[in-house]
Every structure is written in structure tokens, then in C-alpha cells.
Design a protein around this ligand. Sequence first.
Ligand code: C2G
Length: 130
Amino acid sequence: MKRVITFGTFDVFHIGHINILERAAQFGEHLVVGVSSDKLNFSKKNRYPIYNEKDRVRIISSMRVVNEVFIEESLELKLEYIKKYRADVLVMGDDWEGRFDWVKDTCNVIYLPRTPSISTTEIIEVVKTT
Ligand code: C2G
């Protein structure tokens, strides 16, 4: 049984998130998702997420294609997570192209094209200004 892992904040959950999770799931039979902690999101984006980590974990866990969910505390722990969850494939959107190639000795790494024209940052901007 092939195990797939993917990571993300998945804040203000939208169609781009659904697309990447559904496409990631197609690379195996078991999909594990690392959801960025609130603290990790702050360090990446300089702001806390709109939805807290507990709620984001619940949203991702409710998806049919997702089998297991955990909180990702640090980008540097990627290899430890891949080993812990025995992942054969790491799937990420292509905004991360090349960034996780350093785990290629341990598992396959696949970058998928992002869904165009939607992002959490844009949604927040639109809501702010309307
Ligand atoms: N995504 C996508 N299309 C979009 C928006 C997002 O395919 N329009 C993908 C991203 O490429 C990523 C996943 O959805 O693979 C989650 O996106 P984010 O929530 O923005 O995740 P990010 O904050 O980039 O965290 O360890 C890696 C990080 O935790 C990724």
C-alpha cells in the first residue's frame, strides 16, 4: 500500500486546497496531511492564520480522501515526518517547486500545478476591502 504525505496551512479552506488533496490522494492508497501549526504559519507569513490549528485540523480530517492528520511544527522536520508516517511520496503545490528536493533519497517528491486564481491571501484582501 502506497502512502502519500502532503503539508499546508489550509487556512480559509478553498477549492485550491480541495484540488491538491484530491490529486495527492491519487498517488497512493493512504493520504497523510501535515497541517502547519499557528506558530509555524506566523514564522512563514508573519501573521497568524484566520482559523486556528485545531479548527484547520478538523476541517482537513473531515475530508473523505484524507486518512491521517497531524500538526506540522517546523519545515525542517520534514524528513522526520516522512519517516514517522512511512510516506512513499511527498506531494506539494508548485509554489514549493524544488524546496523539498532534499528528501528525495527517502521518498519520491512530486510538485503539482497550483489551482489558478485563488489563494487565502487574496480572499483575505477581498473580504477586507469590500
Ligand atoms: N495550493 C494549490 N492551489 C492554490 C492554493 C494552494 O494547489 N490556489 C496548494 C499549495 O501549493 C500547497 C497546499 O495547497 O501545496 C496548501 O497551501 P497553503 O495552505 O498555502 O500551504 P503553505 O502555507 O504553503 O504551507 O511544509 C509546507 C508548508 O506547510 C506549506
